[in-house]
Every structure is written in C-alpha cells, then in structure tokens.
Design a protein around this ligand. Structure first.
Ligand code: IPD
Ligand code: CA
Ligand code: CA
Length: 262
C-alpha cells in the first residue's frame, strides 16, 4: 500500500527505534538484565529509542518542534508543526517482559493532529492515520466496532496504583461501569488501548491523568476509524486535560454520561 511521504518518514523512524526496543526486550526476557538495575535498564532503552526518533524525524522534517516524554520540549524554527512522541508507552509491561507496549508518534499542525502512528515492535502491529485519509493496521483499513448498548461492550481503562491516580474516584467509576458492561480490560499501554478501539477490538476506553504523548497519536487513529475521542466531560480536548474517553458515537456518549458526574 502506498502511503504519503509524511507517513513513510514516521514508519521508517518507528521501525528503527522498534528494532532497538525489540533487542532490549530480548535481554529482559533472557534475564540478562542485572536484577539490581532493571528500572535503569528500561530507562536507558526508553531514552535510546527517543534519541533515535528525534534524530530521524528532525532529519526528515527539520525545524519541527519535538515534545518527547524523556527529553521534554525542544522548540523548532517551524512553529506550526510539533512532533508529540512517547518512545516507549507501556514501560511497566516492557520491564516485566509483557509484549504490550508501543512507540507513539503524533504530528500536530497548529492545534490539530494531522498524523498518528502507534507501533508495537513485539508483534509488529503498525497502526497509522493521516487526517482525512483513514486509519490502518498493517495496511488493513480500520473501523471502530458497531455495538450500541453497553451491555454488549468490552471497555478498557487505566488502573490507579501505588503513587498513581485517584483511587477513590476510580473505585466509583468501576462500580458504575461494572453494572453496565460485558467486560472490562486493563492492558497497560494507553496508545495501544486507543489503537484497539480504532481496530474494533475494544468498544471503548477511558483513563485519567495521562500525558499528551500517551494520547496524541492514538486519538487521530480512533477519529480516522470513525470513533469519537474527548475529555471525560464529553467536549474538551483530552490532550489539554489528560482525561480521555473514546468509542463509537453511541458508546462514547454512554461512557461520558457515566463519567462526567463522578
Ligand atoms: C503509561 C501507560 C499506562 C497508563 C499510564 C501511562 P508509560 O505510559 O500508557 O497504560 O496507565 O498512565 O503513564 O509511562 O509506560 O509511558
Ligand atoms: Ca506513556
Ligand atoms: Ca513512556
């Protein structure tokens, strides 16, 4: 399948960084990582991947700004374009050798996301989308699931844990969701949760306290697959608030109705 020059640039950069992460995952799986330093090992893998992405994307599109989870914000001479990048989304999964993690690359023009890529090097699943041109998984066109009632739906979520998130609020969310859903899932990589909604594997997803780099790429992939993505209030931009909910128009509306008052 022929893609635009922009998507080709993003795919090439993601595959190069993905080869590096796949090698690092192999070391973790073979327990070659010294037990005293797994967290340090992963942070090195994270930083190495981000440096590769920064080098490749900056070479291909000089002047674009770059917001990366590890390196922070690097202003560019072209103030209209900014890469929003998570080089390793699902760090804890990666550290435990769980093959559910991804490279997430979003491109914003002014205030609008114009392209997104989420790539899991562990299983070679490559999700891409460009504004107005659809969403794809390994070149297969994507469409969100068509279920309209929550009692048929399987929905993913985040899961506050030690030192992370509002545990009481999540318990209230969980109580309401458990009454209504066919299933709940927690996979541990927000960008892939969004990509799974775009692929129709999940009917919806919500999570609070995320960062822009968790959401940017996955959001345009969901939208280009016919889904709705918003803040849990149903209207604000989740990149501004860090609180996201998505699904087809029916599921999104039902989830917002539950989450907004909590
Ligand atoms: C995390 C993952 C996880 C989400 C966390 C994020 P990271 O990203 O996306 O699913 O629940 O809030 O921080 O830290 O592994 O890049
Ligand atoms: Ca992340
Ligand atoms: Ca990360």
């Amino acid at each position: 399948m022929l893609h635009s020059a922009l998507i080709n640039v993003m795919v090439k950069a993601a595959r190069r960084a993905g080869r590096s992460l796949k090698r690092d995952l192999g070391e973790i799986e073979n327990l070659q990582v010294s037990l005293k330093g797994p967290a340090n090992f992963v942070s090195l893998a994270d930083k190495r991947a981000e440096q590769m992405l920064y080098e490749d994307l900056s070479k291909a599109r000089p002047g674009y700004g770059f917001i990366g989870e590890e390196g922070g914000t690097r202003e560019g001479s072209d103030k209209s374009h900014t890469w929003i990048v998570d080089p390793l989304d699902g760090t804890t999964n990666f550290l435990h050798g769980i093959p559910q993690f991804a490279i997430s690359i979003g491109l914003r023009r002014e205030d609008t996301m114009i392209a997104g890529l989420v790539y899991n090097p562990a299983n070679d699943e490559l999700y891409i989308a460009e504004r107005g041109k659809g969403a794809f998984l390994n070149d297969q066109r994507l469409r969100v699931a068509g279920r309209r009632t929550l009692d048929d739906c399987v929905v993913a979520c985040g899961l506050p844990h030690i030192g992370r998130g509002d545990h009481d609020l999540f318990r209230r969310e969980l109580t309401e969701m458990q009454k209504r859903l066919a299933g709940l899932r927690r996979f541990g990589a927000a960008s892939l949760d969004l990509a799974f909604v775009a692929a129709g594997r999940l009917d919806g997803y919500w999570e609070r306290n995320l960062s822009s780099w968790d959401i940017a790429a996955g959001a345009i992939i969901v939208r280009e697959a016919g889904g709705i993505v918003s803040c849990v209030d149903g209207k604000s931009d989740p990149l501004d608030t860090g609180n996201v909910v998505c699904g087809n128009e029916y599921v999104h509306a039902e989830l917002v109705k539950i989450l907004r008052p909590l």
